[in-house]
Write a protein that binds this ligand. Sequence first.
Ligand code: HEC
Length: 105
Amino acid sequence: MLFGACGAVLLFSNCFKKANPTSEPRKTPAEEIVYARTHFTDSQRVAGEAIFEKTCYNCHDLPDVSDYTVHELDGILPKMFRKSKLNYDDAGLVKAYIIVNAKGE
Ligand code: HEC
């Protein structure tokens, strides 16, 4: 009886693991906007803007981020963050600033 119950729990947890893969699915543009608004404070986004102005200006004029949709930025920013050699945290701040000021989804 006890054995049976454990087996059932084990089976269930195996199923559960399969239903919840560890790698998070990519966020949609709409989810990214919500994330940038809710997971960062105003002062973090201001800090992101300062890093943006300092770093992204090294190679070209600062882009007007309101010209780009989040969907477009998703294709551009990973490359630009690699070029900028920003660390993960700073890139997060810059991205939060950019996403909140982008053209929309
Ligand atoms: C090491 C140089 C370098 C740095 C630093 C850099 N960029 Fe760029 N960026 C480029 C080059 C070169 C292009 C031209 C096109 C390409 O490579 O995609 C470009 C193009 C762009 C474009 C236009 C892309 C398009 O297809 O319209 C945007 C937007 C942009 N960069 C944003 C940024 C942002 C934001 C940062 C800071 C996080 C940044 N860049 C930092 C070199 C750089």
